[in-house]
Design a protein around this ligand. Structure first.
Ligand SMILES: *Cc1c(COP(=O)(O)O)cnc(C)c1O
Length: 366
């Protein structure tokens, strides 16, 4: 049981709106895989997956334990594990998860296991590196992959995929177009040599926005589902999904010369009213946001964080705000607030979202 008062609210209707927004950009028969890695981008994975299960075709997670958590909560749709890792391959099979096999080390390990278990047509996914240089086979590996796969009926290639390095950056159009073309050429070789057609997918959120011509059979929707588009214009079309809310635990009246917080980082030059909020850097509030780099909202008015962000608390300036202990505090409840948090802590929305720690209670509202 989690009895923390600080809560991350997840708006189910906003999730459905955002999903539909991206579906409207796609051909009718393009499948949608929803990425719920890293606890659903820091929100909540299992509840969201169950809530969206009838509206999507696939889920993806990064690691095996994330996939197991989805299965344990009752998710039955196919789950692609993007980075399964060899020691977990038994678990992958046990929980009916679908591994991404991205090099010969893991492909051969899985083939050996599939052989020994006499699996039949177990769904696997093959990932190609077309320029991100993170994980994936090279195009020169295609013949050997094909001959390894041709020799067995223990596995079946469910999909072929790759990942764009700069789908959000219009200045990288040439690089991205090359990635798309290289990938299409790889796919063609599989089509020629296999007697079945694996699904093909390439696009993440900003890929859907910028390169819809490369949607192939399926797209992989991540950050967009959670309310953040490729740019301001896209984000404005999306609904805010996550809101971080807390309360004022205590109000202090301080005098000129009084300091606030560790290392006395803030000193009052006048009489002030300050509020203490039970959320700190251990909850995902970056220390970079201390010392007036971010304002939360109290009774619809901005209140700056003063002094250093503590592990479990922040102090805010509520001198000019009509408020009392136990009043609600909005850390963020809009994409604008979260983007501002990201900018002021020198990062991107993805990191702010995924930094919200697991000790904050999650509440899916729908
Ligand atoms: C995280 C991830 C995605 C989703 O990307 P977004 O930019 O959040 O839409 C898609 N594909 C792969 C391989 C990923 O790792």
């Amino acid at each position: 049981m989690n009895n923390h008062i600080t809560v991350l609210e997840i708006d189910g209707n906003a999730l459905k709106h955002n999903l539909q927004y991206f579906k409207n950009k796609l051909e009718n028969d393009t499948k949608v895989l929803v990425v719920v890695k890293a606890f659903g981008y820091g929100s909540e994975a299992s509840e969201i997956a169950k809530y969206l299960e009838n509206d999507v075709d696939y889920f993806a997670v990064a690691y095996t334990d994330e996939g197991i958590a989805l299965r344990n909560s009752g998710v039955t749709k196919p789950i692609l594990v993007l980075h399964p890792q060899i020691p977990n391959l038994e678990l992958i099979i046990k929980h009916q998860l679908e591994p991404n096999l991205y090099n010969f080390t893991i492909l051969n390990a899985f083939l050996e296991l599939a052989d020994s278990k006499l699996l039949l047509n177990y769904p696997i996914h093959i990932k190609f590196n077309t320029g991100l240089n993170r994980i994936g086979f090279w195009h020169t590996d295609v013949p050997l992959i094909l001959s390894n796969i041709a020799a067995t009926n223990h596995v079946k290639i469910e999909s072929l995929f790759s990942h764009l390095a700069a789908s959000d950056d219009v200045n990288e159009k040439e690089f991205t177009t090359n990635q798309i073309n290289d990938f299409a050429f790889i796919v063609k070789q599989f089509y020629t040599h296999l007697n079945y057609k694996p699904m093909v997918h390439l696009l993440n959120t900003s890929g859907i926005v910028n390169y819809p011509q490369a949607q192939f059979d399926m797209v992989r929707l991540g950050i967009g589902l959670y309310g953040f588009g490729n740019n301001k214009k896209e984000t404005n079309q999306l609904k805010n999904v996550v809101s971080l809310k807390s309360i004022i635990s205590q109000i202090h009246l301080i005098k000129p010369g009084d300091s606030v917080g560790y290392n006395r980082a803030f000193t009052a030059n006048k009489q002030m009213k300050i509020g203490t909020i039970p959320v700190g850097h251990a909850d995902g509030i970056s220390r970079k946001l201390g010392n007036k780099k971010y304002s939360v909202s109290v009774n619809n008015q901005p209140a700056k964080i003063i002094g250093n962000v503590c592990m479990d608390m922040i102090m805010i300036d509520v001198t000019n705000i009509d408020c009392k202990e136990t009043d609600e505090v909005i850390i963020f409840n809009s994409q604008e607030m979260l983007e501002e948090m990201a900018t002021n802590s020198e990062t991107i929305s993805y990191e702010v979202l995924t930094a919200i720690s697991q000790r904050v209670k999650r509440l899916l509202k729908c």
